[in-house]
Design a binder for this molecule. Structure first.
Ligand SMILES: *Cc1c(COP(=O)(O)O)cnc(C)c1O
Length: 458
């Protein structure tokens, strides 16, 4: 039975249900499994592999039959029967398409399952929660779609009015479900984030509405992402032969899931960490030192991150599961803006990970080149991955690059590079005709709190 411990080593071990609903550990750390289960040898369709790979992580909380049906349900929302199909872009270089979920980004793979797990665990505990979040674009719609129509969850997502793309706004405002609420705040993304932080800091409000989050530090999100590494290896008939994966990276959640798959026994040759101009991770891999710099906006906005929250999990692993040492390294980093690994820790990092970066011009070049050579349209995050994979790939190395979003999610950059505007897939083709439902609110904590309290179901 899996238990979970904190990356800072000063919180009690807990079970799966508590990590699912709990977010950060009380000591400020992130939860990881205390021991790593071995991968099952199960073969079959995506849902069967997913159920078998994740079963040991949830065994203390959820019965296997219930879990299997939640997994089936979650991946039935994907428009491709393979769920995450593989496509060869050039000999030996494959794309793993993770964007066939309801909101066209890879976050659906984890969040569609998370919504169902939340409902199940809340039912068992006879509790309700209200999820509040801020979004600059993509995560909001994925979270809203994941909990739509769930009985025990209400969700309110704040976004900066007039500052998201029209596709992004419509994906949030046209969801026709009674428990889902989009709020356009008269302010910036930072204002929205500050409002969310202030709501979490308001103890009375927090307990009155049962405030909760589905952010990228939730262990269950990482867990759900382990599956597609195993799936890809099976599709390529490489469950026993090492494969290299290239992962476009922001918060490091996705590539950390690859590390977990390797910990569980999947033969992975190398994990290529692909960054845009915001390349703190690539610099850490190259130099052994992480130094924060200002965030620069790029064509791949979901990777415009300097402090990757999931990096803490990897540091904990590199430091031999030493929580206090991890806490100390992070405290140094927060205080001075810089922290270094010891030589043996750095050696271990580069044994498992290689880093590369692409700037916007190089990203557009990749999008154009892939279109010219294959006729395929790829969006900027995926293009960063493809470009880094091409640059770092060794002769005869089989590489799988993770395709993290559908081209129609970032149509402007795709059109800029290729002259072709990617069409929305059929399940979203009428997005521009759907009725929008959105509440405009001022950047005012009391007013936003009143709104949240008034829309949640009791
Ligand atoms: C969130 C996101 C990423 C970054 O994923 P992490 O797990 O944060 O590293 C990359 N591409 C797209 C399209 C995303 O939405």
């Amino acid at each position: 039975m899996a238990t979970y411990h904190s990356s800072r080593g000063r919180s009690p071990e807990i079970g799966f249900g508590d990590t699912l609903l709990g977010g950060l550990a009380p000591d400020g750390g992130l939860y990881l499994p205390t021991t790593w289960p071995e991968l099952p040898t199960t073969e079959g369709d995506y849902a069967s592999i997913a159920t078998a790979v994740m079963a040991p992580f949830v065994a203390d909380t959820i019965g296997l039959d219930d879990f299997g049906s939640m997994v089936e349900d979650a991946y039935a929302t994907f428009s491709d029967p393979q769920v995450c199909p593989l496509v060869e872009v050039e000999p030996g270089h494959h794309l793993l398409e993770l964007f066939h979920g309801p909101t066209l980004a890879f976050k659906d793979v984890a969040l569609q399952l998370l919504g169902r797990l939340f409902d199940h665990e809340l039912e068992r505990r006879d509790q309700r929660v209200t999820i509040v979040g801020a979004t600059s674009g993509d995560t909001g719609s994925a979270a809203m779609d994941a909990v739509r129509d769930r009985d025990r969850v209400d969700i309110v997502i704040l976004f900066p009015k007039g500052r998201t793309s029209e596709v992004q706004r419509r994906q949030m405002t046209t969801l026709d479900a009674p428990n889902v609420h989009a709020v356009a705040v008269d302010g910036t993304f930072d204002d929205c984030q500050d409002l969310v932080k202030a709501m979490f800091a308001d103890e009375a409000f927090r307990s009155r509405v049962g405030l909760s989050a589905v952010n990228s530090i939730n262990w269950a999100r990482v867990m759900a992402q382990i599956v597609y590494y195993v799936w890809a290896a099976q599709q390529l008939d490489r469950r026993d032969t090492p494969t290299t994966f290239c992962v476009p990276t922001g918060n490091f959640g996705n590539v950390f899931a690859g590390h977990c798959a390797r910990r569980m026994g999947l033969p992975i040759e190398r994990l290529l960490v692909a960054s845009n101009t915001n390349d703190i991770l690539t610099r850490l891999i190259h130099t052994g030192t992480m130094t924060a710099e200002a965030v620069v906006p790029t064509l791949s906005p979901s990777m415009d991150i300097q402090i990757s929250s999931n990096l803490e999990r990897l540091l904990f692993e590199l430091l031999g599961a030493n929580g206090p040492a991890t806490a100390e390294l992070l405290t140094d980093f927060r205080a001075t803006g810089s922290a270094s690994l010891r030589p043996e820790q750095h050696a271990e990092l580069i044994a498992g990970f290689t880093g590369g970066r692409l700037d916007d011009t190089e990203t557009l070049d990749v999008i154009r080149d892939i279109h010219d050579s294959t006729g395929m349209l790829v969006e900027p995050h995926t293009a960063v991955g493809i470009g880094v994979a091409r640059r770092l790939r060794r002769v005869d190395e089989t590489v799988v690059t993770l395709a993290t979003a559908h081209p129609a999610k970032f149509p402007d950059a795709v059109e800029q590079a290729t002259g072709v505007r990617p069409p929305l897939p059929s399940h979203l083709a009428d997005l521009y005709e759907r009725t929008e439902r959105v509440t405009d609110l001022p950047n005012d904590l009391a007013i936003v709190e009143d709104f949240v309290d008034s829309v949640r179901r009791r």
